[in-house]
Design a protein around this ligand. Sequence first.
Ligand SMILES: [Zn+2]
Length: 331
Amino acid sequence: MGFDQFIGNRKIVGRIRTKLKQERFPHGLMFAGPEGVGRRTFALMVAKALNCPLQGPEDFCGDCTHCRRIQSGTHPDVQTVTVEEEATQIKIVQIRQLLSTLEMKPLEGRNKVFIIDPANLLNQESSNALLKGLEEPPDNSFFMLMAVNVHELLLTIRSRCQIYHFAPLTLDEIRSQGITDEFAVRWSQGSIGRARSADIAAIKAQRELVLDFIEAAVNAKDETLRDMLSASADLSRTRQDFSGHLTMMAAVLGDILYLTEGTPDNVICADIRPRLERLASSAPAERWVRVSEFLRVMENSLKGHINRQMLTDAMALVTAEISDDNPVKSR
Ligand SMILES: [Zn+2]
C-alpha cells in the first residue's frame, strides 16, 4: 500500500512525492477537478505520508496505526472540515475551532493536516477566517482544500495555495478497476466513483425510454403522431426523472453526432452502436445539431417553472422534422 495504488493523474502524484522528499512541503494545497477522480483519497494519502513513521517521507505504509486511523478519520492530527448536517455552508465557528488548535503541537503524529472539503462551501466569513491560518501556518501544519472549480473560491484563498488540477481518468484506467461493462466504463466520464456507484441497469432502462422516444419521433407519420406524443408524456412525467432523461438524451444525441462526424471512439453507448448508426444515418448531421441545440434550450428551461410536457412535445416535433419523408416537415 502506498502512492503506487493511486489510479490516474500520475504527474500530480510524482510532483507531490518530490515535494514530500524535499521536506519543504507547501502549507496550502488545493486539489481541483471533477467528482470521483480520487482527490479525497489522494489528500488522505498525503496526510498519511506526512505522518507515517514507517515509509517516509515520500510514501506511506497504509498499515501502521497512524495510516489506519487517518483512513478511518480518527487520527487526532488529521481533521476534515466539511458542511455540517442540514447546513449549506462551512461555518465560521468550524474554522475558528480549527484555528484554535493550529498553534498546538501534533498530539500523536509528526504533522497536523486540515482537509477542507468542499472548500467552495466556505462562505465569505469562514474564508476570511481560514485566510489567517493560511497566511502564517506553523511549520508542522498543512491545509488541503478540495474544490471542483477553483474559481468558486476567493482569490485571496487561491493565491495562498498551490493548485493541482486532477483530470478525469482514461477509459483504460477505469477498466483497470475491474469495471467490465463497457457502457459503465464510458458512462463514468473518467470518474471511478461514478463508474462504481452507477446503477447501470436503471440507466440502461432510462436509455431505452429515450431511444424509443427519439426513434418514434424520427419515424413519425401522421397516424403515429399520437404514439409519439404519448412517448413524450412518458418522458416528462416527473421533474427528477425529467432532468435525468435530458442528461441521457444529451448523451445519446452526442453519440449520434460523434458517429456522423466520424469520431466513433468518443461514443458513450458503444454497446448499442448499430442502433445509433441507424438513427444517425436517418437524417443529415446538421439536423441532429439542431435537435441538440433545442435540447440545450430545454435544459435551460428546466431551471425555471416550465411545462415539461409542452417541451417534450416540442422536442418530439423538432426531432420529427428530421426524417426527410416526414409529413410533419412540410407543415
Ligand atoms: Zn503507515
